[in-house]
Ligand binder design. Structure first.
Ligand code: S3P
Length: 171
C-alpha cells in the first residue's frame, strides 16, 4: 500500500475524511498539524502567534522529510499549506479534497463547534484574505493532485468510499 496524502484548503474536511477512511480500511492515519502540535507541545495558533508563520513552515518541512523517509502504508492528512513541500509527490499518492470557498465557509459555520474551528485557524481570521489565499492556492492544488474528490455537500463517509475506490488504481 502506498501512502495517501490528503491536501486541500482549511476546513474542507481532511481530518474527518481521514478518520472515516481509517475506520473502513487498513490504513492508519496521521495528521501533520497534530504531529507539529505534539512535538512543540503547543497549539498551531500559539506557534503562529509566538514564532510567526515562517517558523511553522520550517516545522512542516521537517515533517515532510520524515514522512518521505520513514512513513509507509499510511493515510496522511495535512494542513492547508503543506502542499507547498517540494517532496509531496515522493511521500505518496496526492488526493485533493476540493470544494468552492463559500461552501467550505458554510460547512465550518454550520458545525456545532464553529467558533472553535474558526479561532484555531489564524489564516481564517480575515475571510476576505482567506478567499484571496484560496484563489491563489486552488490552481496549485489542482495541478498537484493525482486524484480529485469534490466534497461539496457530501458526507465524510461518501468521500471516504470514493477515495478508497479511486486509490485502488495506485496501490
Ligand atoms: C494552514 C492550515 C491549517 C494549519 C495552519 C496553516 C494553511 O490546517 O496547518 O493553520 O496554511 O492553510 P487545516 O488545513 O487543517 O486547517
Amino acid at each position: 500500500m502506498k501512502n495517501v496524502i490528503l491536501i486541500g484548503f482549511m476546513g474542507v474536511g481532511k481530518g474527518s475524511v481521514a478518520r472515516e477512511v481509517a475506520k473502513n480500511s487498513k490504513y492508519m492515519t496521521i495528521d501533520t498539524d497534530d504531529l507539529i502540535e505534539s512535538m512543540e507541545n503547543r497549539r498551531i495558533k500559539s506557534i503562529f502567534e509566538d514564532e510567526g508563520e515562517a517558523y511553522f513552515r520550517k516545522l512542516e518541512k521537517n515533517v515532510a522529510k520524515w514522512l518521505e523517509c520513514s512513513v509507509k502504508n499510511t493515510l496522511i492528512s495535512t494542513g492547508g499549506g503543506f502542499y507547498k513541500q517540494n517532496n509531496l509527490k515522493k511521500i505518496g499518492v496526492v488526493v485533493l479534497l476540493d470544494s468552492p470557498f463559500d461552501a467550505i465557509i458554510k460547512r465550518i459555520k454550520e458545525h456545532p463547534n464553529a467558533a472553535k474551528k474558526l479561532k484555531k485557524r489564524p489564516l481564517l481570521a480575515d475571510l476576505k484574505k482567506a478567499k484571496e489565499l484560496y484563489n491563489e492556492r486552488r490552481p496549485e492544488y489542482l495541478a498537484l493532485a493525482d486524484i480529485i474528490i469534490d466534497v461539496t455537500d457530501k458526507s465524510a463517509q461518501h468521500c471516504s468510499k470514493e477515495l478508497l475506490k479511486k486509490v485502488k488504481k495506485y496501490a
